[in-house]
Design a protein around this ligand. Structure first.
Ligand code: R5P
Length: 292
């Protein structure tokens, strides 16, 4: 059975996962106490195996605490195999100590979820798959781009572009499955100010339809800088295929200003109602990946 969590975007994903998998669905209840503490409750009998759907949408810290509390609530109701499906994993980009004195945030989150009671963890595109080794149970990151590209009509005639070297593996994998060409940019981010610079590089993009593939759009800085460079070098169009459309602050305006024609995003986070962004429902893909 599936328990729909409480964070924004979880209910929609859980309902779609229930219809794709055929598992029963119940909804967790929750509230926030006047002092800001969160409360969750799962009412009724639960089965031996329970899948909790709780994405780590904003406010991320609340979503994580709710996920932990839900695991303990389900243990109390005698669930024995508790699986967390968190379509978006927050804190995934802090996967190392970039500067002395920093934590490895993603490792702390994954260890804590295990300690709270989850036996298994499923997410979509966790930035760096290696980070999952911090979860002591079984943990899976689902690669969504081929599925998304086929739903969005992206094929072999497109040029697939990684906006930085870290994204090269995922772009290469997509390009190979589509029979498309691929290339990459070199991006640097100032670890203190967050300022992004893209190294000038000549790309063979004249007259090409380019698709930038990335795991996440947060401030939109990475994608908009890449899009501008591609259009300046004569690309016919620039589209973006992204698992997680976080779209913090004025990211949408930045993307529009840079000339991006379309953003194709997974429904791992609440939908933004804007004609630039088109969502692909990834629940059927997760349903096929679950080993239940
Ligand atoms: C970086 O390593 C990530 O893969 C994304 O490219 C990056 O986090 C996107 O962030 P922003 O939209 O703020 O540039």
């Amino acid at each position: 059975m599936i328990v729909a969590g409480l964070s924004p975007g979880s209910k929609e994903f859980a309902e779609s996962l229930a219809s794709a998998s055929g598992f029963g669905l119940i909804h967790a209840e929750g509230k926030v106490f006047p002092d800001g503490e969160v409360y969750v409750r799962v009412e009724g009998d639960v089965e031996h195996t329970v899948i909790v759907v709780q994405t780590m949408s904003r406010p991320q810290d609340t979503s994580i605490i709710q996920a932990m509390l839900l695991a303990d609530a389900l243990r109390g109701l005698r669930a024995r195999r508790i699986i967390l499906v968190s379509p978006y994993t927050a804190y995934a980009r802090q996967d190392k100590r970039f500067l002395p004195g920093e934590p490895i945030s993603i490792a702390v989150i994954l260890r804590s979820l295990y300690t709270a009671g989850y036996n298994e963890y499923y997410t979509i595109e966790i930035h760096k798959e290696e980070a999952l080794s911090a979860f002591p149970g079984s943990a899976v990151s689902i690669y969504p781009y081929y599925y998304m590209a086929s739903k969005a009509g992206i094929g072999g005639d497109h040029l697939i572009l990684a906006p930085d070297i870290g994204a090269l593996r995922r772009a290469e994998r997509l390009a190979r499955s589509l029979g498309a060409q691929y290339d990459y940019l070199v991006k640097r981010r100032d670890r203190v100010t967050g300022e992004i610079t893209v190294e000038p590089k000549h790309l063979n993009v004249k007259g090409r339809k380019v698709v930038i593939v990335d795991d996440i759009i947060s401030t939109g800085g990475t994608v908009s800088k890449a899009a501008r460079l591609l259009l300046d070098q004569g690309a016919e169009s620039v589209e973006v295929l992204v698992a997680h459309a976080v779209l913090a602050g004025n990211a949408l305006e930045k993307l529009k200003g840079s000339g991006v024609r379309r953003v194709v995003a997974g429904n791992t986070l609440p939908r933004v109602d804007d004609p630039l962004v088109e969502y692909v429902d990834l629940a059927p893909l997760v349903s096929d990946s679950l080993s239940i």
